[in-house]
Design a binder for this molecule. Sequence first.
Ligand SMILES: [Fe+2]
Length: 397
Amino acid sequence: MSIDQTPLTGQERLAELDLDQLRQLVGLVEHDGDGDPFPVIGWDAVVWAVGNATQAAHLYQAVWGMELVAYSGPETGNRDHHAYVLRSGAVRFVLTGAVDPASPVADHHRRHGDGIVDIALEVPDVDRCVAHARAQGATVLVEPHDETDAHGTVRSAAIATYGETRHTLVDRSRYTGPYLPGFVARGGVTAGPRLFQALDHVVGNVELGHMDEWVGFYNRVMGFTNMAEFVGEDIATEYSALMSKVVASGDHRVKFPLNEPAIGRKRSQIDEYLEFYGGPGAQHLALATTDILATVDALRERGVEFLSTPESYYSDPQLRARIGHVRVPIEELAARGILVDRDEDGYLLQIFTKPLGDRPTVFFEIIERHGSLGFGAGNFQALFEAIEREQERRGNF
Ligand SMILES: [Fe+2]
């Protein structure tokens, strides 16, 4: 199958994204899907369990510019929890919060804080995927089944992944409703300009020594292939103290970097996540935009806090040599703390938010790709070296 025959997800069509745009936004590549044991069309939804979905839904509209499109709750016969469905471009978030104190959503929130319970994928054939997953040893949490309402039928199932995270597999080819049976269409406050268009990758943090096990899981169960190992061991142990490998669906639409802590000089950020999340879970979502400067400016104006980048990262003469020509002057990037990385295919601009909730766990990355299919590996090294050169200047190295 050539890239031009790659199907679009319902969300992508709704967002009026085409394959060319997706190629730039998320690094879509050509892929012959005929032999896939576990064919995946793309992302379906990221489902969150949060402490207060009603307020979170407001926040994601007012700050993140998302549009409220569907709802389920006591008024629609769901007495267990609220669920608000929001979208921005092809990205769909479902925010769930317990109404009933005995709700499983409340249990999940008690254990993990605000976090991602489900990374749902749209697939053309739920039964085929589940049969393959089961044969490869995956845990099937929900057997394939139909749900129907006036808008048609959705077939879905769910398999377990790391921690208490799951992948619901959804075939919505026979469904025209706003999300799933049981949900009603619902609008909200008028969103401003769209701040992000597509989901690029979702990173999972797993325990020390388990990264390769989960890489193997995605290889076997989903037929995902390995992308570059993006953190060299020396850098990982010295500065960022993590090890990471990336698996991706055939056309790279769905990409899952998997991190495990590495033994470093300091306690690693992955260890901190595992402690406060209470085990493995989704660490960050990378949201793709075509204008990271405008997105970051809008978010900052609305109070979103980003990680700061040392001044030395930008003043370092080696930065210019490393990144070559990019679409904006480095001063524009420096003013916003945006990082740059380049590989043989092109470059990318990226920035990370601080943790989104009360626990130091899940956060967002904003990413603008220009041909690069990477994840910012060079930035680990560049930040590390920039800091060391500063240390050296102070005579402390
Ligand atoms: Fe990332």
